[in-house]
Design a binder for this molecule. Structure first.
Ligand code: 13P
Ligand code: SF4
Length: 364
């Protein structure tokens, strides 16, 4: 998706780290309580240290929804998170994304036209009132609004099972956008098996399925994935276990099912942090998630071994776009009374997206 991030003035791109640090500190002090900086766990160290609150995507949505005092919320994360924060905050609050190019390739794998087409195809062959659309948080506000308007809800990696249980209490079938892996892993966790699931490929008519596939399935899983988590393979787990037979394997549910079945624990970024915190001195933990978070956990726990299951570095290139120059740039503009990179969701989209997000918040 095209987003237009203006080039930063040279005074930011050529500033030394110490100068940037001093400028960000001064801007934060000047803005005081009107500013809230939220940081996702995948942010790099020099950015996350400025966050007033850190979290997984669910907790960050909660922080945004619960904070009424700050008028300016600077979101150090990616575009869909900032959109959700805008939807959940009050009219007097503004959400700012320091770099507009911080998108999410998975969220971009489902656009509204494709989702509407999918829904129309389903309506032609099945009772669509019994189909509940669920979207992962990693989707545009437009998809969240679609889901809200059609009786569904948002979920995150920390509550997918709760939301899918709710959905199947209301209907017979779920169509799950856009991460096939989170959908599949959760469906297996709920006791379903492979024949209950079908992959919906939006490039093909009827998702590349036939009528019987659609009618027989309980889960229609959108063909989307995270390029960061899809890199982890069963061979990585095998290599880790061969080297550290006493080690523990913890993976994010965006990882493929063939890896998830080999893991000891599967959870959101927040859960992964909690498990590593609780592991105790001497523990050896192989993790499948974004590398900045893994490296930070390793640094914060020098008494245990925390490593990436994939020895080749595995960063989220869009999370990585948020850096200190962009943070200093948008904070100093706020001090000067200018709002840069505000993320706004139009009122109609926001209304239905809020319904879908609120259903999730009410369930959790
Ligand atoms: P969490 O909800 O676990 O923070 O995950 C968000 C994400 O984008 C993982 O790739
Ligand atoms: Fe999107 Fe994957 Fe990056 Fe998460 S890690 S923000 S799903 S690209």
């Amino acid at each position: 998706m095209l987003r237009l991030q203006p080039r930063l003035p040279d005074e930011y791109t050529s500033a030394q780290p110490a100068a940037l640090e001093a400028r960000i500190r001064a801007a934060k002090e000047a803005l005081g309580d009107r500013l809230l900086i939220l940081g996702h766990h995948y942010q790099r160290d020099e950015v996350i240290r400025w966050a007033d609150a850190r979290g997984d995507s669910f907790n960050l949505a909660r922080f945004a929804a619960d904070n009424e005092r700050a008028t300016d919320i600077v979101f150090c994360g990616v575009h869909f998170m900032a959109e959700s924060a805008d939807v959940l905050t009050a009219d007097h609050q503004r959400v700012i994304l320091p770099d507009l190019n911080a998108g999410c390739s998975m969220a971009d794998m489902a656009d509204l036209d494709q989702v509407e087409e999918c829904w129309e195809s389903l309506a032609a062959i099945t009772d669509v009132d019994r189909v509940i659309p669920i979207t992962y948080m990693n989707s545009s506000a437009a998809i969240k609004a679609f889901v809200g308007e059609h009786g569904g809800a948002v979920c995150t990696s920390s509550n997918a099972r709760t939301v899918l249980d709710w959905a199947l209490g209301r209907g017979d079938k779920v169509v799950f956008f856009p991460d096939q892996h989170l959908g599949r892993n959760t469906a297996f966790q709920m006791g379903y098996s492979a024949p209950d699931m079908r992959l919906w490929n939006p490039r093909f008519e009827l998702g590349g399925l036939d009528d019987a596939d659609v009618k027989e399935s309980t889960f229609l899983l959108w063909k989307g994935h995270c390029s960061v988590h899809q890199r982890f393979t069963p061979d990585h787990v095998a290599a880790f276990r061969a080297e550290y037979p006493q080690g523990e394997v913890i993976v994010h549910p965006e990882t493929s099912h063939e890896v998830v079945v080999l893991a000891d624990k599967v959870g959101s970024t927040e859960r992964i942090l909690e498990w590593v915190d609780a592991a105790g001195p001497g523990a050896v933990i192989g993790v499948a998630t974004e590398i900045h978070m893994i490296q930070r956990m390793a640094k914060e726990h020098p008494d245990r071994t925390v490593l990436s299951l994939d020895p080749l570095i595995c960063p989220c290139s869009t999370m990585f776009r948020i850096d200190e120059p962009h943070l200093a740039w948008c904070l100093e503009a706020l001090v000067d009374g200018r709002v840069l990179n505000q993320i706004t969701v139009d009122a109609e989209t926001a209304e239905w997206a809020r319904v879908a997000l609120q259903r999730m918040l009410d369930l959790a």
